[in-house]
Ligand binder design. Sequence first.
Ligand code: MN
Length: 277
Amino acid sequence: MTIRKIQKIIQGQPASDGAGVKLIRSLGSANHLRLDPFLMLDAFSSENPEDYVAGFPAHPHRGFETVTYLLEGHMLHEDHLGNKGNLKSGGVQWMTAGRGIIHSEMPQQENGRMRGFQLWINLPAKEKMKPAGYRDIQPNEIPAVSLPAGTMKIVAGTYEGTQGPVQGGSTAPLYWDVQLESAKTFAAKIPATHSAYVYPFEGGVEVGDRVLKTHQGGVLGAGDRIEVKAGAGGARFLVLAAKPLNEPVVQYGPFVMNTREEIEQAIRDYQNGALAV
Ligand code: MN
C-alpha cells in the first residue's frame, strides 16, 4: 500500500466566465494545469447576485462532459433540443456533450447564496462524437456517509461499499465531497490507475507534509491510498479521481478534441448549425 503524496499545488485563480459570472478556476486556469482526464474545475460562491445572475447564456460544447454540483441555489438548464432541467441545491447535472450541445445555464434566484462547482471531464476519442446526453441527479440520490469525524457525499464512484449514482464509464470517475472535524484524518483507497486531486473549499488540509489552503488544489502522485487531515477548525474538500486517457488534447474554448482539424470542424459545424443534430 502506497499513500499518495502531493506532486503539485494549483492555486485557484479568480476568473469570470459566461455573461460575467465570478468564479475561482483551479484546474484549467492554464493549459499545463489540467490533470488528465480533468480539463477544468471552477468553484463559484457568492451572496451577491451581481456576481452570478447573468449566468451562462446559450453556448456550445463538444468532446467532453460537464459535471455541475450545486451546494446552494438553483440553476435552470435549457438546450437547443428543448431539454430543460432545474438543478436544485445538493443536486448534480452530469452532461455528456458528445458531438455537441448548445445550452444555457442560468441561476434562478435574484437573492441569496449561489454556491457550487463545475468540473469538465474529457471523453476518449472514440466517444467524442457520440450523441449528447444528461443525467439530472437529485439530492436524495447522492448518498451521505457518516465518517468517524465527519461526513461525505458520493457523487461518483464507491467508498467502502457505498456507491454513488455515477459508476464506471471510460474514465471511471470518483467525485466525493468530504467534511471533516478539526485535525481529523480521512483515509480512502483510490485505484492506482487513477489521477487524483484534492480541493479544499472550506478551511485547509494537510496531505503528508504539505498544506493546502482553501482553494489550493493538490495534484496527488502515485499510490493506491489517500490520507487527508483537516486543519484547525475543520475542512470541507472535494476528492476527484479518474483514469487518464493519455490522448492529445486540443482545446478551443468550449470544444475539446484530439487534433486541430477536429477543432476547425467543430467551429465550422457550429457556424453552420450542424454542431448538434
Ligand atoms: Mn455549459
